[in-house]
Ligand binder design. Structure first.
Ligand code: SAH
Length: 351
């Protein structure tokens, strides 16, 4: 492993302490370095041209910038969606996605290499968890894409591979640094964290009083059905999740999102829609319906269009706020984590 200091994962205060106490430099140097890393998005110390040569050498000797390499980049001809495979400094591959919307550019970031949550329909978890990602690695997903695109990233969704609340400290630091006015200064209101529902961490997050949107992957209306899709449901019930959500809402008044992947014949009936409306009644909720993306390792099928519309209409009849997630980048491998998995499988079969 790298014995140098991961200077990119330090927040502004920590960097200031490091630059003054460890490197023995004046505090204004910390401001300059922070700006080079988190605003100008440089990838090497030699680019920090307003620092003295000796300071640049000192940084080179003691610290590193965790810039990944772009292993692959696919650009959709349909809607401009870009999928990136990044090679991290230890060789691990992760996947990030850029989506272009009218309201701005949104990046979907991974928070772990792999995942250990085991959701049945998800490609990211098929090979288990490799390791947590560091704050700098997550920041670099956004930085690299902003640089590659040449346009500002305005929104970030933590919905790529991994369970963000299973890498709580690093993800929290990532969110704070991403929204720091000394850095890229992305509004917390434009950041969404999606979780399968690790209840104790939802309570922890509530106490942070952030302005981010919390999205809960619900996918079923009762615990028995949910356990069939998501092993995490063996640990926490839907009731416990909703209680934590009310607590979260109490702290920051932010509308909650509930994600519901529609699987044909499994969770897409009218009764399911009615039960979902009953569950969410009284919560300030927004439901995001995701027609499931089939993965070849499992035989889940996507609900028919008519079932999706029916589900949406039913929820709306009960007064719920609903959107259907538009499928983006259909021509460049749709389902979450699939591109990464196919890439790694292909590498392994070459060996
Ligand atoms: N671990 C986080 C982030 C996962 S990905 C979480 O569980 O929320 C973001 C969303 O995509 C989650 O709601 C996840 O359940 C869903 N998802 C994963 N694979 C999918 C697939 N093949 N089809 C549809 N939705 C999927």
């Amino acid at each position: 492993m790298n014995e140098k200091t991961d200077i990119q994962s330090m927040d502004f205060k920590e960097l200031t302490a490091y630059v003054t106490d460890v490197l023995g430099e004046k505090p204004f140097r910390a401001r300059q370095i922070y700006e080079w890393i988190h605003v100008k998005l440089v990838s090497g110390f030699d680019e920090m041209t307003n620092l003295s040569k000796s300071l640049r050498e000192k940084l080179e000797k003691n610290c590193y910038l965790a810039m990944p390499e772009i292993a692959r980049r696919l650009v959709s001809k349909i809607d401009g969606t870009r999928k990136y495979l990044f090679r991290l400094s230890d060789g691990n591959i992760i996947e990030s996605v850029l989506m272009k919307y009218k309201h701005g550019n949104s990046v979907c970031v991974s928070s772990q290499v792999g995942c250990r949550m085991g959701c049945r329909f998800c490609a990211s978890t098929l090979d288990g968890l490799e390791r947590n990602m560091t704050p700098s690695e997550m920041l670099n997903e956004v930085y690299m894409i902003q640089k590659d695109l040449g346009e500002r990233i305005s929104n970030v969704v933590i919905m790529g591979s991994g369970e963000p609340l299973d890498n709580y400290d690093n993800v929290l630091r990532f969110i704070k640094m991403l929204s720091d006015e000394n850095g890229l200064n992305i509004s917390q209101r434009n950041i969404t964290l999606s979780t399968c529902g690790i209840v104790p961490r939802i309570y922890d997050l509530a106490k942070e009083e952030l302005q981010i949107t919390l999205a809960i992957s619900l996918h079923a209306v009762n615990d028995q059905r949910r356990r069939e899709l998501m092993p995490v449901a063996n640990t926490w019930s839907i009731d416990e999740i909703l209680k934590a959500c009310r607590e979260y809402y109490g702290h920051n008044n932010r509308r909650l999102t509930f994600e519901y992947s529609l699987v044909k014949g499994v969770n897409d009936s009218s009764e399911d829609a009615a039960a979902l409306a009953r569950l969410l009644h009284g919560l300030n909720a927004h439901v995001n319906l995701i027609p499931v993306n089939p993965i070849k390792e499992r035989d889940f099928r996507q609900s028919d269009n008519s079932a999706v519309m029916n589900f949406k209409n039913k929820l709306e009849k009960y007064g719920e706020n609903v959107t259907i997630r538009r499928e983006m980048g259909r021509d460049i491998q749709a389902a979450c984590g699939q591109l990464r998995k196919n890439y790694i499988d292909a590498l392994e079969s070459e060996e």
